[in-house]
Structure formats: structure tokens, C-alpha cells
Design a protein. Structure first.
Lengths: 210, 183, 188
């Protein structure tokens, strides 16, 4: 059956997206009101869909080429190529450089000067404070103390979570097994009814596909 | 690659259950020769015989038919039978037996490996007898039998195919000379 | 897809400079597609495999002639197309078309166990494709299975876009008629 001729442009051009936008829009406007053309497009779509029933096969034998020494690049070129062509290696190198820079910066940075109060003339003697501890050091001590306090709780919490996860996973696996068995039995019963002849064939006609 | 259209599944085959429940609509006798080649009741008889033979691969009630055999005649090509089989009935899961033990998994796997050659032999015999019954099909047309093997997710499927397909033109099928594809 | 095209370009450049390792990686990406293209044309697995090997060997030998690595795919398939046709001419020099009846060929159907399609449909499609002329079948394979644009197909087949379209549209019409939705069994 050939395509209906009422479409403003070839429906196959539309199907394969070969139409420019103005033409495409015209076809789309047309098919909104034309059942025959809509059906034709559906048939083309179904045909394409059917074609995908034919699956690609695995190649029975992989193809490989062996190297010919004449054409091999030199070891130095290979090493260089393998470094520059490798994303992970470049990333690692960048990270290593950054880390080294940070360490160097930390080592050569001058220490902050201690704060010393100087008594003004006539004022009562000021308290000379000892060199102030840095904020960072204070924070570090606080963090350490907190970590020590919560450590046992975290260990317990982790163990509990592991147990909960394991229980959930076990339940999930059992559910999957049960569901699979249910499906299996369902298929088996349905087939058994057919095999037992509970659905008799029609008396006429053929099994022919035209 | 695909055009952005809505696709409808081709009604080439209804669900297995539906296909078997075809109504008994009266059909006027077709004028063409092809219409007389294969009768639906003939196909049905072969289908049921195929089910029985497949079940007989193992001891009683240990091989399951999960998709009753269905046959179709493709005009110009031949007859295709498809079936789905559970080569070994799996162990049941219930409150006192909530999981499948490694030992059971091993037993199922080994049993399936043992039954595989029997399945292949049975399939050849089914093809031979189908070819013999389908006298209306030309010698050059194909008789095909595709058996899908069902596996549970926990199964070890190493060495076991997902499907065995045997085909031959009718003449070759009568002599047991068939092409086998396994995937 | 763009990512992959860039990587393929790198591999092509390296292979053109003599890196067999790069070429093998390139081959591993394309061999299955080329094999299936040739399988649909030849409908014979042995021929398709032999041709695939020849195609990649020829491609390696001529890689330096490829000006634009981005055009690798149509260039490669042009080689494959030519190899297939050389084989056909060797076997049947008097005819351009391979008129083979479905029964006489191995339809090269892959029967994936986990396919969502019924096996009958796969076989019907394979038989319908077999009934097309060689040119029509090739057009369908390049468009629907290999995903090429019309311009690329014209380059591969060495003919104008209008010819490619004509072959494909005719093929689609024929396939549509053959694979039209089927009446359920038992109904007229």
C-alpha cells in the first residue's frame, strides 16, 4: 500500500527528518487532521520498530594486529605519550604538585609575632600576658576533646547501622526470592492450563501469517 | 538513530495465553494454496505433543513448562515453534526455608547441565516428528524450534544457554540434519 | 557521541603515526558494527568475518590518506562496502544483484535469549530483509542498523543522496507491507 498522496510533503521525508522546519510544520499541521496520514506514519514507525527485532551478533573472532618493530615509536616517545595521554596520571601529578606547594608554603611561612602589652606612663602596671596561643591551636584542642568524647558513641552507632543494613538486605533478598518464585509458579500454572487443553484451538483457519 | 515517534508493539504475537485463546471465528476457505498448507488444529496437536516431550526430559514433575509451546506458520518461510522451559524445578522458598543454600544452587546447576544433552536430543526428535506431521509445508521451507531456558536470579548459569534454537528445512528435519544455535 | 569522536580522532592520529596499540583499540570499538554490517550484506558469517578482517587491514594500510579523522566512520564503511562488492563480483561477475531465496540462505539471525521481541518476529524480519534487493537491503542496514545520515550513506555507496533515498524509501515500503501487523490466529 503506497503512502497517501494528500500530505503536503513526502511522509518518508518527514519520518527521516529530512524536511526543513517550515515544511515539517506543514506536515505536522496536516497529520493532526488527516487520519490516513497519521496511520501511515504509525505504520512506518512500527516497521522501524520491527527491524530492531533483528539483533546484532557478537563477532565470532576478535581482530587484533601485532606490532611491527619498524613502526613502533621509541621507548621515550611511548613513555611521554602514556603520561600525557593519561587523565589519571596528569590529575595525580597536578595533585602532587599542589600538595608539595602547600607543604613548602607551610614550612617557609613566618610565625605570627607574640602580642605584648606595653604599660603607658602613669598607668597601673599592665599585665604582661604570656605569648597568646593561636586560635587554630585552641580549635584543634577543642576538636580533639570532642572527638575523644564522641568516639565510643560513633563506634556503637556505626555497628548498629551495619546491623540494620544487614537485616534490611536480608529481608530484601528474601522478598526477591519469594517474588521470583511467585512469578515462576504463575507462569507454570498458566502454561499447565494450556497444556491440559483448557483452551481449545479454533476449528477453522490456519496459523498462517500473511 | 530512531525517529522520535511513538511506537506500538507489533501485534505479530499476542501474549502466549492470549494467542492460545483464539476465538472460533468461522473463516471462509481461502483461495490460495498457502491457506491449506498448515491447519491450526495440526499446529495445536504438535504444540501439545511438544509440551509433553519437553516435560519428559527429566523425572516426573521435575521439568517445568513455563511457556506452553506455540506454533506459527510464516508464509514463505515455514513454521516456527517456541517454548519456555525450566529445566529443573527450583527449590521452594518458605518461612522455614527462606534462602537457597549454596549446596542447593550447586545441585540445580549440575542437574541442568546433565539435562542439557537430553533437551537437545528431544528437540531434534520434536523437529523430526513436526516435519513429518506438517506434510503441507514445502520441503524447502523451514521448521524451527526455539526453546528459551528460564533461570532464577540466584542461579549459576555458567555453561548453560539462554536459548537453544534448532532449524532445518523440512526435508533435512526429517533426517535429523538440523542447524543448532545456542545463546 | 562527541566525546567518543574526539577519542577516536586521537587514536586515529596515533595509529597513523604507527601505533598498533592505538589501532587495536580503534578496531575493538568498530569491529562488531562493521561485522554486522557485512553480515547483513553477505548473509554468511564466515564471509562477513573474513571481510571484516580485510577491511581493518586495508584501513590500517590507508590510514594516512584519511584527511579528516572525524570522517572515519563513513570512510571505514566505504572500504567495507567496496570489499563486500568485490566479493560479490568475484562470485557472481555477471550480476549486480544477489537474488537469493530465503530458504537458500543463512539468515544470520541473532536469537538473544533476553530479547523483548518474539523469535518469530526476528525470523520474519530476517526473511523480509532477504527478499529485498541487495542495494535496498544495504540502504536499510546503513540507515536503521548503523545510523548513518543520508550524506554519509551517499559517500559510502558512491552515489547521489537522491539515489540512496530512493532505494531506502522503496525498501521501507516493501518491509512495511511484509511486516504489517498480523491478524491474530484464527481470524480472517
Amino acid at each position: 500500500m503506497s503512502a497517501p498522496s494528500c500530505s503536503p510533503f513526502d511522509l518518508k521525508d518527514y519520518f527521516y527528518r529530512e524536511l526543513a522546519d517550515p515544511q515539517r510544520l506543514q506536515v505536522e499541521t496536516h497529520i493532526r487532521v488527516c487520519a490516513a496520514c497519521r496511520e501511515e506514519l504509525d505504520r512506518l514507525g512500527q516497521t522501524e520498530h520491527a527491524l530492531f527485532a533483528l539483533r546484532d551478533e557478537e563477532i565470532p573472532q576478535r581482530i587484533g594486529f601485532v606490532s611491527d618493530p619498524v613502526f613502533e615509536p621509541s621507548p621515550w616517545r611511548r613513555a611521554l605519550a602514556s603520561f600525557w595521554n593519561s587523565g589519571p596520571r596528569l590529575g595525580f601529578a597536578s595533585a602532587a604538585m599542589l600538595s608539595a606547594a602547600l607543604v613548602v608554603f607551610a614550612l617557609v611561612r613566618p610565625a605570627p609575632a607574640p602580642v605584648v602589652r606595653v604599660a603607658a606612663a602613669g598607668a597601673p602596671p599592665a599585665v604582661v600576658t604570656a605569648p597568646a596561643v593561636s586560635e587554630a591551636a585552641i580549635q584543634a584542642r577543642i576538636d580533639a576533646a570532642v572527638a575523644k568524647a564522641v568516639a565510643p558513641m560513633e563506634v556503637r552507632h556505626e555497628a548498629e547501622m551495619r546491623q540494620v543494613k544487614a537485616d534490611l538486605e536480608g529481608a530484601r533478598q528474601r522478598l526477591i526470592l519469594a517474588a521470583e518464585e511467585y512469578d515462576y509458579n504463575h507462569k507454570k500454572e498458566a502454561s499447565a492450563m494450556i497444556s491440559a487443553g483448557l483452551y481449545a484451538p479454533p476449528q477453522h483457519g490456519t496459523g498462517e501469517i500473511r | 538513530m530512531k525517529a522520535p515517534h511513538r511506537f506500538y508493539a507489533l501485534a505479530l504475537l499476542a501474549l502466549p495465553l492470549g494467542a492460545q485463546m483464539a476465538s472460533r471465528a468461522a473463516v471462509p476457505p481461502a483461495a490460495g494454496v498457502a491457506a491449506q498448507r498448515v491447519s491450526i488444529s495440526n499446529l495445536y496437536t504438535i504444540e501439545r505433543a511438544c509440551d509433553d516431550r519437553l516435560r519428559g526430559i527429566g523425572e516426573p514433575n521435575t521439568v517445568d513448562i513455563l511457556g506452553a509451546t506455540r506454533g506459527l506458520y510464516l508464509d514463505g518461510y515455514g513454521v516456527v515453534f517456541t517454548s519456555e522451559v525450566g529445566l529443573v524445578t527450583p527449590p521452594a522458598v518458605y518461612p522455614f526455608h527462606p534462602t537457597i543454600t549454596p549446596q542447593e544452587k550447586l545441585q540445580v546447576h549440575q542437574k541442568k547441565l546433565q539435562r542439557l544433552p537430553v533437551l537437545r536430543t528431544t528437540m531434534r526428535e520434536i523437529l523430526r516428528s513436526a516435519a513429518s506431521s506438517l506434510a503441507g509445508v514445502p520441503d524447502t521451507q523451514q521448521i524451527v524450534l526455539a526453546v528459551r531456558l528460564d533461570y532464577m536470579k540466584w542461579e549459576d548459569t555458567s555453561g548453560l544457554p539462554a536459548m537453544i534454537l534448532m532449524r532445518a528445512d523440512r526435508k533435512s528435519a526429517l533426517s535429523g540434519d538440523v542447524t543448532v544455535e545456542e545463546q | 557521541m562527541i566525546f567518543r569522536a574526539v577519542e577516536d580522532s586521537d587514536l586515529i592520529r596515533q595509529a597513523a603515526r604507527g601505533s598498533v596499540e592505538a589501532y587495536n583499540l580503534l578496531v575493538s570499538r568498530w569491529e562488531k558494527r562493521v561485522y554486522n554490517y557485512l553480515l547483513r550484506l553477505t548473509r554468511n558469517r564466515e564471509d562477513a568475518l573474513d571481510l571484516t578482517q580485510d577491511v581493518f587491514l586495508k584501513a590500517y594500510q590507508n590510514l594516512k590518506k584519511l584527511d579528516d579523522p572525524a570522517r572515519f566512520a563513513p570512510w571505514l564503511y566505504r572500504i567495507a562496502h567496496n570489499e563486500a562488492y568485490s566479493l560479490f563480483r568475484k562470485r557472481r561477475p555477471e550480476s549486480d544483484h544477489e537474488e537469493v531465496t530465503p530458504e537458500a540462505t543463512e539468515t544470520g539471525v541473532s536469537v538473544a535469549g533476553t530479547s523483548v521481541f518474539p523469535i518469530e518476529l526476528s525470523l520474519a524480519v530476517a526473511a523480509a530483509l532477504d527478499r529485498l534487493s541487495h542495494d535496498q537491503r544495504e540502504a536499510v542496514v546503513l540507515k536503521h542498523y548503523q545510523g548513518f545520515k543520508f550524506e554519509e550513506m551517499a559517500e559510502i555507496l558512491g552515489c547521489p543522496v537522491s539515489t540512496v533515498k530512493s532505494r531506502l524509501y522503496t525498501a521501507l515500503e516493501l518491509l512495511k507491507a511484509e511486516l504489517a501487523p498480523v491478524k491474530a490466529r484464527g481470524l480472517s
